[in-house]
Write a protein that binds this ligand. Structure first.
Ligand SMILES: [Fe+2]
Ligand SMILES: [Fe+2]
Length: 280
């Protein structure tokens, strides 16, 4: 049933653009001349964004002993890069919270899976002492956005795809590409370009299921690949494909990760999950 590229691109264009307040925050946090006050003024104009940032700042993930109660405090404590990731999370949350029948994802499942992948990617960077944990957070958050676009086609061929995965012993994303014409990863890359996201994010999203084929930012794509695999193993919010896209040995090798490291990261994830407000 190969779908024509123009159909896919039309669906990409039909998705709502990112909210302007989040885009302004992203632009401001990228500019080193921006002051805390300037950023605070822009964020404060968006109550949902303000609430989201304060909630996340106080979640178990950031692990501050003291309660962060003001926006100014949150900006100073978390820093511009973290605020940028949280602004992106707040911007895409409504999109990721939609129900995706094609992938048989439970209510808000894609949102939970995306947040978990984002947090795991950031933890992984910290664990491996890679300096781009906040970029990895955003890449993890957005890695499956292509599912928003192609879920409708997967709905038609989903059970056929699962059967094929069993027969052909190929990863689900690879069969998506063979049967629909494009995997959700490739389509996610198209969407990221439409949103004018930077090239590192475009690459990590496009190659999160085959990081070794990424023409650039291979390491970041590998981080997102492994984080996605670990988040899927938790069985929270994953769709029908979640256990049908195994972690590639090559990606583990690139990040010098052994089984014991994965177990360590999984136990760290378990600690974060005790916080019930994590996905709100
Ligand atoms: Fe994926
Ligand atoms: Fe995923």
């Amino acid at each position: 049933m190969s779908i024509k590229l123009e159909h896919i691109l039309k669906r990409v264009q039909a998705l709502p653009p990112l909210p302007t307040s989040a885009l302004r925050v992203i632009a401001l946090t990228k500019n080193s001349a921006t002051t805390v006050k300037e950023l605070e003024i822009v964020i404060a104009q968006d109550p949902a964004l303000t609430a989201g940032i304060l909630r996340q700042a106080n979640s178990a993930f950031y692990g501050y002993a003291r309660r962060i109660s003001s926006l100014q405090e949150a900006i100073v404590m978390l820093g511009f890069h973290v605020i940028q990731g949280l602004a992106m999370a707040s911007a895409v949350a409504p999109l990721l919270k939609t129900n995706l029948l094609g992938y048989e994802i439970e209510q808000e499942g894609l949102w939970k899976h995306s947040m978990l992948t984002a947090m795991t990617a950031k933890r992984l960077c910290h664990y491996r002492k890679l300096p781009y944990g906040d970029v990895a957070f955003t890449a993890g958050l957005l890695h499956d956005i292509g599912k928003l676009v192609i879920s409708i086609y997967v709905e038609e061929v989903g059970s056929f795809l699962v059967k094929k995965v069993e027969q052909a012993k190929l990863p689900y994303a690879e069969l998506e590409e063979k049967i629909i014409g494009y995997s959700h990863a490739t389509v996610g890359g198209f969407l990221a370009r439409t949103w004018f996201l930077p090239e590192d994010l475009v690459s990590a999203i496009s190659y999160h299921h085959n990081p070794s084929q990424a023409p650039s930012f291979l390491e970041l794509a590998s981080v997102v690949h492994v984080a996605n695999g670990l988040a899927s193993l938790l069985g929270i919010g994953g769709g029908v494909d979640s256990l049908l896209n195994p972690i590639q040995a090559e990606a583990l090798h690139r990040l010098s990760l052994k089984q014991a490291d994965l177990e360590h990261l999984m136990s760290e994830l378990g600690e974060i999950l005790v916080d019930p407000s994590l996905f709100s």
